[in-house]
Design a protein around this ligand. Structure first.
Ligand code: FES
Length: 161
């Protein structure tokens, strides 16, 4: 029998219909999560609870789906999300120093957000522009050759908001 010939309804009847409905809700789920993330900068628990009731999907399933994707976050993010590239090219050209300087300046570690939500600091593998190493991104805008002057300007802009 060819795959195309399989009639899910015929073979599994009601289960097939339920599965399709479930998959449809899971499909909607991803789009709704993207919108919630866009509107809030993260996925607030209260909103996910409401969504769980609305879609009739267990909250645990929603968390399970959301935590699979790196694009979703469960805590508030900073107004500036700074990612320091620790890929090989950037690392050998001093990106670890950039990271340490930012950590020291703002009193947070990579993966954390300042209390005033001015900054979320993260690291990234390679952003694909190794020729500009060491590279830092600010809200996805690339800053190449992050030396002392650019770092100072970045710190000022974060503090300014
Ligand atoms: S290693 Fe940093 S951009 Fe490639």
């Amino acid at each position: 029998m060819e795959i195309e010939e399989i009639d899910v309804d015929e073979n599994i009847g009601e289960v097939g219909r339920v599965l399709r409905e479930h998959e449809r809700r899971r499909g909607i789920l991803i789009h709704v999560l993207q919108e919630i993330e866009e509107n809030n900068g993260y996925l607030p628990e209260g909103v996910l609870r409401r969504l769980s009731r609305k879609l009739d999907l267990p909250l645990a399933e929603i968390y399970s789906v959301a935590s699979f994707y790196k694009m979703f976050h469960f805590t508030p993010r900073g107004r500036k999300v700074v990612k320091v590239c620790l890929g090989t090219a950037c690392y050998v050209r001093g990106s670890k120093k950039v990271l340490t300087a930012l950590e020291d300046e703002f009193g947070i570690k990579s993966g954390e957000t300042t209390e005033d939500l001015a900054l979320t600091l993260e690291t990234v593998g390679c952003v694909g522009c190794c020729g500009l190493a060491p590279v830092t991104t600010v809200n996805d805008e690339v800053i190449g050759e992050t030396g002392t002057k650019k770092l100072e300007a970045l710190v000022r802009s974060i503090k300014k908001g």
